[in-house]
Design a protein around this ligand. Structure first.
Ligand code: LLP
Length: 420
């Protein structure tokens, strides 16, 4: 557990706030983030890059709450965005547009136009078709479009197949073997300004060898490009560094990662762009939930929580395991094996299977750990369950940074057409 999320007198605290103080005034489920943890993770990441000309473009998709982005902005971070919506969030939070990279395999013309008209560090282009689309828009707007190509190095990151992106049969990037030819083509387009190269091989990666192999391939390509007079300013190496969710997970060594980057890519006279998401916010968040029922079947005990897969879907999507701990530790710490399930009408609405959890009764509060990344952002209103609140804690204060919509607010977006 992170040192900012801890027990004091058997009560769970996030920084100097007892979580029970929040449950007293706000209906569960809800997310709680520690701003200090985000600051510490960012600081540690930055420190591992000391001596390198670098820029940290936090991957907004991991957690796009404005309060999180504002924290990143204050720390001097940039952003990796994949939609106009994320770009607008980043600007609203005070992130410098010159530190924003626009990634994504399916950028749309209105998004490209608005962002190009405004300002950005670079478009990370994923296909020739997209290059041509951006060029056309740049001509129309009479603007130079700064671009990098995302190359697909055909490397297995050794992670869950649903979050692997660097293999040849993934939809991402241009094949590394075609890169030289595509760069050459782009260099002839009048409104395209080649500024960089980009790669991202996947997420929750613990094997540094996959990174090493990627960087080596990238270095070779950068030399090949130099030989045909294409010089780059930026090398964007994406995100992907994993975190330790359970004892079964290996934690990649951040310092070694930094050293690897410096050794292979540090002397190419380029600025290195990093796009970490999970590493910055993953362990900053908890999901607070209440046990609705404790139900026994023939050979199982179920805890039915008020949080469901619509509020937190990493388990349903990737089989992820997130530990569950009580808000209030009883004097005697007894555990039982439970299946912890949500209230949504789907069998995949299961958080933990046959898992040791503190013995619980209906009405007891619990927290899922390490849900700061890909938690709230992946939620939905399935079963007409309103999006749940997000709270940020900083030292001894907390604030609701996204409130729960009312039912009317949800319904007001819909219409019943009067056909007759
Ligand atoms: N850059 C690009 C181009 C990406 O696609 C991603 C994540 C990142 C950076 C940030 O990766 P990170 O440092 O967070 O690993 N929902 C999944 C993870 C999906 C990752 C998508 N791309 C999960 O909950 O595990």
């Amino acid at each position: 557990m992170n040192k900012q999320i801890f027990y004091k007198l058997n009560q769970l605290f996030v920084e100097d706030v007892a979580v029970s103080e929040i449950t007293n005034g706000l209906r569960t489920p809800f997310y709680v983030y520690s701003r200090t943890v985000i600051e510490e993770n960012f600081g540690r990441f930055k420190k591992s890059l000391e001596g390198l000309d670098s820029i940290i473009c936090y991957s907004v998709k991991a957690n796009s709450n404005l309060s999180v982005l504002e924290t990143i902005a204050k720390l001097g971070g940039g952003a990796d965005v994949v939609s106009l919506g994320e770009y607008k969030r980043a600007l609203r939070a005070g992130i410098d547009p010159k530190k924003i990279v626009f990634s994504g395999v399916g950028k749309q013309d209105f998004e490209i136009a608005e962002i190009l008209r405004s300002s950005l560090l670079q478009f990370n282009i994923e296909s020739v078709s997209e290059l041509e689309m951006i060029h056309k828009i740049a001509i129309r707007l009479n603007k130079q479009a700064p671009i990098a190509f995302r190359v697909n190095p055909d490397i297995d990151a050794g992670t869950h197949e649903n979050i692997s992106t660097g293999k040849a049969d993934n939809k991402f990037g241009i094949p590394i073997a075609d890169a030289k030819e595509i760069y050459q083509y782009a260099s002839k387009l009048s409104k395209i300004k080649i500024v960089g190269i980009d790669v991202h091989i996947g997420s929750q990666i613990s094997d540094l060898n996959a990174f090493r192999q990627t960087f080596v391939n990238l270095e070779k390509l950068i030399y090949d490009l130099k030989n045909i007079n294409i010089k780059l300013e930026n090398i964007d190496i994406g995100g992907g560094l994993g975190i330790k969710y359970t004892d079964d997970d290996l934690e990649p060594d951040l310092q070694k990662y930094g050293t690897l980057v410096k050794q292979i890519l540090g002397n190419l006279n380029c600025r290195i762009i990093f796009e970490p998401g999970r590493y910055i916010v993953g362990n900053s968040g908890i999901l607070v939930t209440k046990v609705l029922h404790n139900k026994k079947s023939q050979n199982k005990s179920f805890l039915i929580t008020d949080a469901g897969m619509n509020d937190f879907s990493r388990t349903a999507l990737y089989g992820a395991v997130h530990r569950l701990i009580p808000l209030s530790k009883g004097k005697i710490q007894k555990t039982e094996l439970y299946d912890v399930v949500g209230p949504v009408c789907e069998t995949t609405d299961t958080f933990l299977k046959n898992y040791p959890v503190a013995k619980a009764e209906a009405g007891d509060f619990f927290a899922f750990l390490d849900v700061g990344a890909y938690g709230a952002v992946l939620s939905s209103e399935y079963n007409t369950r309103p999006l749940i609140p997000e709270i940020m804690v900083y030292k001894n204060r907390f604030e609701i940074v996204r409130s729960r919509p009312t039912y009317d607010e949800i319904f007001d977006k819909e219409v019943m057409p009067k056909w007759e």
